[in-house]
Structures are given as C-alpha cells and as structure tokens.
Design a protein around this ligand. Structure first.
Ligand code: FES
Length: 152
C-alpha cells in the first residue's frame, strides 16, 4: 500500500502541531517554575497611597491594650501597638530584609514576616531571621484620649 501526498501532508501537519504543542506547554511549565522564584527574590511591596502626613491622630480606644492597629503613615504601612498599659509603640511594618509587610502575631507578641521568617519584638528589634536591621520606629504618645503618631 502506497501513501498519498495527502497522507504525507497530514502526517507532517500533525508532527508540526505536536511540536508546537510541546513547545507551548514547555514554556508554560518553565514560566510556572520561574515566576515563584522572582516572587521570592523580589516580593510585592505595598504601594504608596494615603497617609503621607508627618503626623496623625486617632482615638486611643482604637488600639486596645494588648492589641495592634495597622495604619498608613508617611505613605507606608505601619502599626501602632499597645503591648501593655504603659507602652505604646509605632513602627514601620516594611520588613528590612526585602520589603514584605510584616504581620502582628498577638499570641507571641511579635511581628513576623511572612516572606522569609524574620521576627521582630514590639520595639522593632530583630529577634530572628534574615532581617539586617530593626523596623524603623515613630514617636507615639497618648494625649487627651488620642494617640498621636509623629515622624521622629
Ligand atoms: S522580606 Fe525577607 S524576611 Fe521579611
């Protein structure tokens, strides 16, 4: 049985289609491996927005003792923490390692970076992980039932 020209064209077209499909799916597979590596190396940072004022004021009741309130201050994410009745701290929450936003962990009384595991105490001091420096702090005080945060 001899093959016709139409059969040869059909076979050639199928081979080309399979080759292109393999290349397409290989490219998708490579992208799926490379994108997480880039996200790890250059984590997303909060974009600048509201909160660029040099000071801010809000009712003290918004931060109960033992709790924290996330704010935007100087166009960056920040947190106000009242670890106990005497202490009040305001810190940047931009991790000093690669700029991820750290989260407040109420149970351990620490700020923890979800990206690479840096840990900070309530004064911003590095407790562990790859962060090279403490979290920058701001001046924070309570005056007439209001919390006032100012640039240091
Ligand atoms: S960005 Fe790497 S530990 Fe926070």
């Amino acid at each position: 049985m001899s093959s016709t020209l139409a059969d040869n064209l059909n076979l050639d077209t199928r081979r080309r289609f399979l080759g292109m499909s393999a290349a397409f799916f290989s490219a998708i597979g490579a992208a799926m491996m490379v994108i997480p590596i880039f996200q790890y190396l250059w984590p997303r940072q909060e974009s600048a927005g509201e909160g660029g004022a040099r000071s801010m004021k809000f009712p003290a009741g918004e931060v109960p003792i033992g709790d924290a309130k996330f704010i935007r201050f100087l166009n960056k994410p920040a947190v106000v923490i009242r670890p106990n009745e005497q202490e009040l701290v305001a810190l940047s929450v931009v991790c000093t390692h690669l700029g991820c936003v750290v989260k407040w962990d109420e149970k351990s009384n620490e700020l923890r970076c979800p990206c690479h595991g840096a840990r900070f105490d309530t004064s911003g001091t590095v407790l562990g992980g790859p962060a090279p420096a403490p979290l920058p702090s701001f001046s924070a005080r309570i005056e007439d039932e209001y919390i006032i945060i100012e640039e240091v």
